[in-house]
Write a protein that binds this ligand. Sequence first.
Ligand code: NZQ
Ligand code: ZN
Length: 392
Amino acid sequence: MENFNYYAPTRVVFGKGTELRTGELVRECGCRKVLVHYGSGSVKKSGLLDRICEALENAGVEYVSLGGVVPNPRLSLVYEGIALCKKESVDFILAVGGGSVIDSAKAIGYGVANEGDVWDFYARKRKAEGCLPLGVVLTIAAAGSEMSDSSVITNEEGWIKRGYSSNYVRPKFAVMNPELTMTLPAYQTESGCVDIMMHTMERYLNQADNMELTDGFSEHLIRTVMRNAKILLEHPRDYDARAEVMWAGSLSHNGLTGCGTDGGDWASHQLEHELGGMYDVAHGAGLAAVWGSWARYVMDARPERFARFAVRVMGVEETKDPLETAEKGIEAMEEFYRSIEMPTNLKELGIEPTEEEIRELARKCSFDGGRTIGCVKKLDQEDIYQIYMQAR
Ligand code: NZQ
Ligand code: ZN
């Protein structure tokens, strides 16, 4: 087992009706004025935003609000949020929504607490030294941003999507009522399930060994999400399935399934982020579209690990040749993706990049050839190009 540092300070308030406690939770954080940040309309339509504002008023908490976050959240709205927070002397941000809203809130929080251009952090020019405190009311189980240390923002200038991580942005609390996710379109529910699975798969398919407990958690978490993703396709209002998926979403990305590993691979995420930046695809669906091509490209570097995944997660029968078992596991996962109406290649994702565009994706993903991605195999610009090509 590798050394690790597990830090999950977010208070989780989980279950039916919990959003009504938002006011008291914010007040307990000792803030004076809140920015209520939200997306493109679902929280207005469902009436959630009104309930949250009422809960704040009942708790005597002052607030201003800023909506309009879109999936693959934009830097321009982050700048708007920073200016608003400064003008209104906001000292706490409440994100009401999914990963995009939470990430936008985190970026605004960085921008208020640090001088200079907030994009510098995402462009890896310098490190943040703080962030405004944040709270979350979660409306989609997917990104795990409600407990994670990361945020991902898209800069419209060049359509570059970049992540930045620090413990400053771990939310103070996360309100999670699974009922709030029942209004999601099926595509978003299933895309979220893929993202949740992938946050553990990225950590599981790595270069480390001897993590019995972490491996056990991880295998069970992925199987649990797979089972419930299928239930939700047929029964979107099944509370227990919603609850299992929502809790898995937080545990999959709060560091738990990485304890004792080498940190994980994360190449599939880097490959997807370029697709999100250039083609504005749903994050989980984008992951499903590139995962098989990535897995086949790297599996010979860790055949036993991929074979274990095939047997313990996908229920494949073990053969003498680990590579053969590994391939069967990848096929089984692709079959699962299809069964929940998720893509297994770029065409099914709804995009058909030209070869030139694939070169551009590979150039951006490798930072102009300046970095490699992944740890199962370190992938350079040419490897990245090959994987995108195979994903077509
Ligand atoms: O904007 P609204 O109208 O709310 O619509 C959203 C959006 O269109 C809708 N939605 C959310 N909750 C709903 C709902 N519709 C009906 N009923 C509800 N209850 O769903 C759509 C997707 O929302 P979004 O927030 O974009 O989804 P998700 O949580 O999947 O977040 C994706 C973003 O998170 C980033 C991704 O890259 C992507 O930008 N990630 C963030 C991570 C992190 N911070 O730790 C890790 C992840 O790997 C990921 O990269
Ligand atoms: Zn993800």
